[in-house]
Design a protein around this ligand. Structure first.
Ligand code: SF4
Length: 486
């Protein structure tokens, strides 16, 4: 949709709202829209101690308009003025567009990827749960189910925050290789057939970074709260490579304060009994075995070379080892899947009784082969039926995030059995603590002001560049941690 602004400069806010409500079309700013043209005209002005915004929209033959007024507190300037202006402009666009949509968005006008974070900050500032619920309803038109998800996730985040040690930091290790690339994936995951020869030099470089970072963390006596090895698919490493990396983590870091050690094993064709034994021996207590769907045709369609039965067999093998908390990821909205297929996948996975189940909604992304496909019309009711099934079995939603261009404008939710929430996932998602990220694609974060300010330092995205620059990367990390100490 074309849009123009009059009387304000909140371009990002208008675009964010349009993307959130109409994710399947491009949205372009134009200087002016002729009177009768299709598109959105967003106006704002000040009068009587308030900011007013009006949005006028034409889609095909349909027209709609809405006006919103927000009082300006005395002396509001700078950031606060911008925040109120952005809210007013976005809300006017939302209300104007609402009558033209086929479905009411369950998140209302609330945009942003971490809905539980402002909820947590509001509770910390003294807002009661009831007042927060009413605020999400009245200010953002959020549906009851999503308000509940938001508040429950905020509560989990606060419990986690209260347990954090002074200066606690989480450690991430990235293994950017996969057996083959899934069509919906936008991560820098390098498929083995083409990039398998890079794994050994990559492992050597990663070991170097682990050793250098370990020395820094030990010297500065930084307590590690968790270790998370993700990717990619970390279990694409061969046995000896996996052993070398996990042993290096144990030797280089003091893990005495570490609450959990996770390896995102991911794809069943890469998981063997021997690798599970190595993980257990090296202190790994949590793994992921990710089906994405339990429909074999859909799995084939998105380029995954395993079946639902492989997942079940792999899960049973890991359970027999008896030592792991197990997470299983599912994706709603995969091409070729439908509502009944999603519900069946959730039922089959839940029947295995993993400790965590994470339900993602497909998000269309640059870099994924599916980028030009539609986001799909995943109905919120289908997802709600899945959530209700999990809750009936004793699972609780514990973390939550959203992405741009998500199927149905929905969300990703992690569910856990009581006591099995992932510390790392909550810390990461809610930006509760610093993260030191090692390996290509890793993004280290220094969080300050209760997660309101984040300083990010990214390692190179691609393994080749990572290997070539390993010396300077270790030096950058040293500077980052020295900066934090000051
Ligand atoms: S296994 Fe995961 S990281 Fe690898 S290509 Fe598939 S979705 Fe991407």
């Amino acid at each position: 949709m074309k849009y123009c602004l009059q009387g304000h400069d909140r371009d990002n806010g208008v675009q964010e709202m349009l993307i959130s409500l109409l994710p399947d079309e491009p949205h372009d700013w134009v200087l002016q829209l002729p009177e009768d043209a299709e598109g959105c005209r967003s106006l704002a002005w000040e009068a009587g101690g308030a900011i007013l915004s009006r949005a006028e929209i034409r889609m095909g033959e349909k027209r709609s308009a809405a006006q919103v007024e927000s009082p300006l507190p005395a002396g509001a300037d700078g950031e606060e003025y911008k925040r109120i202006l952005t809210y007013t402009v976005k809300t006017a666009v939302y209300r104007a567009l609402l009558p033209l949509l086929e479905r009411k968005p369950v998140w209302g006008s609330l945009t942003g990827v971490k809905p539980a974070k402002p909820a947590r900050l509001a509770i910390r500032e003294g807002m009661s749960r009831d007042a927060l619920d009413a605020w999400l309803r009245d200010h953002y038109d959020v549906s009851p189910r999503r308000r509940g998800l938001c508040i429950r996730s905020a509560e989990y985040a606060m419990e986690t925050e209260d347990r954090l040690l002074p200066r606690e930091t989480q450690l991430y290790l990235g293994i950017p290789f996969c057996p083959a690339k899934c069509s919906y994936c936008s991560f820098v995951s390098n498929d083995m057939a083409r990039w398998g020869h890079m794994i050994e030099p990559y492992t050597a470089a990663l070991l170097q970074e682990i050793e250098a970072a370990g020395e820094l963390v030990r010297t500065q006596k930084i307590p590690l709260g968790s270790v998370y090895m993700g990717g990619g698919t970390p279990t694409t490493l061969k046995r000896d490579q996996l052993l070398r990396v996990l042993s290096a983590v144990n030797c280089s870091f003091d893990l005495s304060s570490c609450r959990e050690f996770t390896v995102e094993a991911g794809r069943p064709e890469t998981i063997t009994g021997e690798k599970l034994d190595i993980m257990a021996a090296c202190g790994v207590g949590r793994i992921s075995i990710n089906p994405q769907t339990m429909n074999d045709a859909v799995l084939r369609g998105v380029g995954r070379n395993h079946t639902a039965a492989d997942i079940e067999n792999c899960y049973r093998m890991a359970r027999k080892k008896g030592r792991f908390l197990i997470n299983m990821d599912l994706i709603a909205g995969l091409p070729g899947d439908d509502d009944a297929g999603l519900i069946e996948s959730v039922r089959r996975v839940a029947a295995l009784e993993p400790d965590n189940i994470t339900i993602h909604c497909l998000a269309r992304k640059r870099g994924a082969r599916l980028y030009f496909g539609p986001t799909g019309q995943l109905p919120a009711e289908t997802l709600d039926a899945c959530y209700a099934h999990l809750e009936k079995l004793g699972y609780e939603p514990y973390y939550l995030y959203r992405q741009k261009y998500m199927a149905g404008g929905l969300e990703n939710v992690g569910f856990c059995k009581p006591g099995a929430a992932s510390h790392y996932n909550i810390c990461m998602m809610e930006e509760l603590s610093d993260v030191i990220a090692l390996g290509s694609g890793g993004v280290s974060k220094l969080c300050s002001e209760n997660g309101r300010r984040i300083h990010r330092v990214a390692n190179p995205k691609y393994p080749k560049e990572y290997i070539e620059r390993i010396e300077s990367i270790a030096e950058e990390k040293r500077r980052l941690l020295d900066e934090r100490e000051m």
